[in-house]
Design a protein around this ligand. Structure first.
Ligand SMILES: NC(=O)c1ccc[n+]([C@@H]2O[C@H](COP(=O)([O-])OP(=O)(O)OC[C@H]3O[C@@H](n4cnc5c(N)ncnc54)[C@H](OP(=O)(O)O)[C@@H]3O)[C@@H](O)[C@H]2O)c1
Length: 137
């Protein structure tokens, strides 16, 4: 078996938490996983947002609304929205806070039970960021 085959097999049926979901690398990772292994079980995408509505807005504007997702949209056509709603769970959070700032206790319990893999891509990548900066959307 080649390496690509084994990576796809590994991702099959996996529940994965990806932080920094609006970021450069996370977007590429999410698109790639959904394109090559749509049988991933669920992608929990942690993004900074004060609530679910803002998380959804950010996800649409800053993630799936980007040109990067055009190929996936073409592949799935009218089923693209179904793919997203079945495979993506948005998690409004803030990794610098206790329990990653998660407010929904049911979601926290679900994630504690289900998540098998964490890809932490949340990071401050601005070289002139203030040390005390606390981001709130
Ligand atoms: N890009 C590369 O080529 C590359 C190469 C090697 C390693 N890396 C590393 O990979 C990581 C991600 O890089 P990137 O290029 O994807 O960076 P990026 O585009 O700046 O994305 C960083 C993401 O982290 C989020 N974030 C920042 N602080 C957070 C917090 N406290 N809680 C929750 N989310 C937070 C940001 O959210 P907001 O949208 O809310 O700001 C953004 O979505 C970094 O550690 C970087 O050093 C990157």
């Amino acid at each position: 078996m080649d390496k690509c085959g084994s990576a796809m097999e590994f991702l099959e049926n996996k529940n994965i938490l990806i932080t920094g979901a609006t970021g450069f690398l996370a977007k590429i990772l999410v698109e790639k996983i959904l394109r090559v292994q749509p049988n991933v079980k669920k992608l929990y995408l942690l993004l900074r947002a004060a609530n679910e509505m803002i998380a959804l807005e950010r996800f649409h504007n800053e993630v799936i609304g980007k040109d990067l997702f055009q190929v996936l949209k073409k592949m799935w056509g009218g089923d693209f929205d179904t793919l997203i709603s079945e495979k993506v769970c948005l998690v409004p959070g803030e990794v610098s806070l206790s329990e990653m700032g998660l407010k929904d206790s049911n979601l926290v319990a679900e994630m504690k039970n289900q998540v098998e893999l964490i890809v932490n891509l949340a990071a401050t990548t601005k070289f002139d960021e203030r040390y005390t900066h606390n981001y709130a959307h």
